[in-house]
Write a protein that binds this ligand. Structure first.
Ligand code: ISE
Length: 337
């Protein structure tokens, strides 16, 4: 029998607290052994879901105390690098919430540091790859059963966002997911990114100009459009229609109990990504734990994928000011083959 993997969760905000509860309640082969969170209130609230976990203010302290076998990073992206560096220094397996880091230069520096180890240690938390419907769509593309893929037409809608959400975050916090999952589904990297602005939603926060329409051309000629909308008010939706030579496919449609009453028909929809992707988060973490236990360390998007997404985000942010912006990447280091 293998012993439980001792995970140190860094950050006990929305995602960190969600992951702590998930590991304790639903993931096998792992325990939360440490919560790294300087905010005492958050740390205590999270500790209630992590019986026996030690509390630390800094990842360095958890490592020095030999309290963790692996690290799950769930602090905001601008704080990833100061956690990644000591965790890599201790050769610990890492699951890092998206983005890897906020820009391609710092992501590249992380890649260089990781390459001093024997093999990749970082998995990036692009959970959509673990959503059953996204995986089925990718399999359909690969099978060729419906002919070649020609277009992907997506929507990414949030009911609202906090005041701290900036214009740039439409790309770096939200479209960042499409920048990972679209090439994965379509089997081709992003060649260019463009952003179009429809009429502004008067219900958007005053500092945001949105929704936006993000257009991508992939190297294989597939065209992609994504409505990125963070003020839809009614709920949370991530859905895609794929247009093939001989048919269509749809994922992300509302499903579950359908009711008819008083002359109306309804199906409930999600309000947040935490429920929309709950099963995907579970699968992501279980597969990561299994990979670490097996000595493989990564089973999903790696740091190279995170770097490519950082390049696409830079193009996307530039595209907010107009133009069709190319995404250019160096050759993939053999380490990530
Ligand atoms: C949030 O940070 C996420 O990662 C969600 O998946 C995304 O839908 C949302 O727009 C982001 O703000």
């Amino acid at each position: 029998m293998t012993t439980d993997l001792r995970i140190g969760v860094v950050g006990a905000g929305l995602m960190g607290a969600d992951h702590i509860a998930r590991i304790t309640d639903r993931i096998s082969g792992a325990v939360v052994s440490a919560v790294v969170e300087p905010d005492q209130g958050r740390a205590q609230a999270a500790a209630a879901n992590a019986p026996g976990a030690a509390s630390f203010a800094r990842i360095e302290d958890a490592i020095a105390a030999d309290a963790v076998d692996a690290v799950l990073i769930a602090v905001p992206g601008q704080f990833h690098e100061p956690v990644l560096v000591p965790a890599l220094g201790a050769a610990l397996p890492i699951l890092c919430e998206k983005p890897l880091t906020p820009d391609s230069a710092s992501s590249w520096a992380i890649l260089e540091l990781e390459q001093t180890l024997d093999k990749p240690h970082i998995q990036v938390g692009f959970m959509r790859r673990f959503d059953a419907e996204y995986a089925a769509l990718r399999a359909l593309v690969e099978s060729g059963e419906s002919g070649e893929l020609m277009m992907l037409r997506g929507v990414h809608r949030n009911p609202s966002v906090p005041d701290s959400y900036t214009q740039k975050m439409l790309i770096t916090d939200s479209v960042v997911h499409e920048f990972d999952v679209v090439p994965w589904v379509a089997g081709s990297p992003i060649k260019t990114v463009e952003v179009k602005f429809p009429r502004r939603n008067s219900l958007s926060p005053a500092h945001l100009r949105e929704p936006i329409l993000v257009l991508m051309e992939l190297e294989n000629g597939v065209l992609v459009d994504v409505e990125m909308n963070v003020s839809v008010q009614f709920g949370y939706q991530v859905a895609t229609e794929a247009v093939f030579e001989r048919g269509l496919a749809r994922i992300g449609q509302p499903s579950g109990l359908q009711t008819w009453r008083d002359g109306s028909f309804s199906v409930s929809d999600h309000l947040s990504f935490t429920t929309r992707f709950a099963a995907a988060y579970d699968a992501q973490i279980q597969r990561w734990v299994n990979a670490v236990q097996a000595g493989d360390l990564v089973d999903g998007p790696n740091a190279w994928d995170g770097y490519r997404v950082a390049l696409a985000c830079e193009a996307g942010v530039q595209a907010l000011d107009g133009g069709i912006i190319p995404v250019e990447a160096p050759d993939r280091p053999a380490f990530y083959a």
